[in-house]
Design a binder for this molecule. Structure first.
Ligand SMILES: Nc1ncnc2c1ncn2[C@@H]1O[C@H](COP(=O)(O)OP(=O)(O)O)[C@@H](O)[C@H]1O
Ligand SMILES: [Mg+2]
Length: 239
């Protein structure tokens, strides 16, 4: 295990999480047994023997506040580094992402930890479509649906224009601000700069298949057959 320190982005989160018993990387790494003040729920839990590595995404609750933590080691380490780097890139092109409360990245031990603040004031798109959020949030969504879809399409446009391929379109990864503009995307482990793709992926035949898949994923994130190509083009045109 690495010996370097966790980098905290705010004193408030540092004090809060340290008080809850999460004061160093070892505590975060073993968050399941770290402290009686911390509840947890795994959203993803992967282990690989060959090549070796561990990968976990966990929602934790400490003294009523929620955080999302992503842990990766070994074979899974580069993907989390990719996500960490993408946070800056996305912010520079005006794409909103969750905010880090803390992080720990250690090249020597191939250990990475990202601690995200909960997306308070936002609702998950899948939950909005499924109607499993508050009635107020559902009503707001129904009224602003077209505007939200447009904003989402604009977000996709910003990523493409900046030369990146984000293929993780899924309603689970999209968060919509309650009563106001703002779309947040999550999960940047697989995002790629088109310029640094290998020729195997970038050649015209492979790349057009990759782009088709990206568009298919985008449309299925919208969870409805009414969002056809023509409909989406129209929505973007008549803004
Ligand atoms: N900061 C956050 N606030 C609220 N929900 C989040 C946050 N980060 C992630 N999530 C939720 O947790 C799920 C898993 O996170 P994600 O980054 O997709 O991890 P994985 O790489 O394991 O798929 C996401 O689909 C999203 O619904
Ligand atoms: Mg995910």
């Amino acid at each position: 295990m690495a010996t370097s320190e966790i980098i905290w982005t705010t004193d408030w989160d540092r004090n809060f999480l340290c008080d809850a018993g999460l004061y160093n990387i070892h505590k975060f790494w073993k968050v399941e047994t770290a402290s009686k003040h911390v509840e947890y729920k795994h959203l993803r839990d992967e282990k690989s023997e060959k090549p070796p590595g561990e990968r976990q995404t966990t929602c934790i609750r400490a003294k009523g506040a929620r955080y999302y933590i992503k842990r990766a080691s070994g074979h899974f380490y580069p993907a989390l580094i990719n996500e960490f780097n993408a946070l800056n890139t996305m912010s520079s092109i005006g794409v909103l992402t969750p905010i880090l409360a803390a992080f720990f990245l250690d090249e020597n031990s191939k250990t990475a930890l990202l601690v995200y603040k909960n997306l308070a004031g936002f609702n998950n798109l899948r939950k909005l479509f499924e109607g499993t959020v508050s009635p107020d949030a559902i009503a707001d969504f129904q009224i602003r649906k077209k505007q939200i879809i447009r904003e989402l399409a604009e977000t996709r446009g910003k990523i493409i224009k900046a030369g990146y391929l984000y293929s993780e379109w899924s309603a689970d990864h999209i968060f919509v601000k309650y009563k106001g503009p703002g779309i947040v995307l999550t999960d940047f482990e697989q995002i790629e700069a088109v310029a640094s793709m290998s020729w195997t992926r970038k050649n015209p035949i492979s790349f057009s298949l990759i782009k088709m898949q990206e568009w298919k994923n985008f449309k299925s994130a919208l969870m409805s057959k009414i969002y056809t190509d023509a409909f989406l083009k129209k929505i973007l045109k008549d803004k």
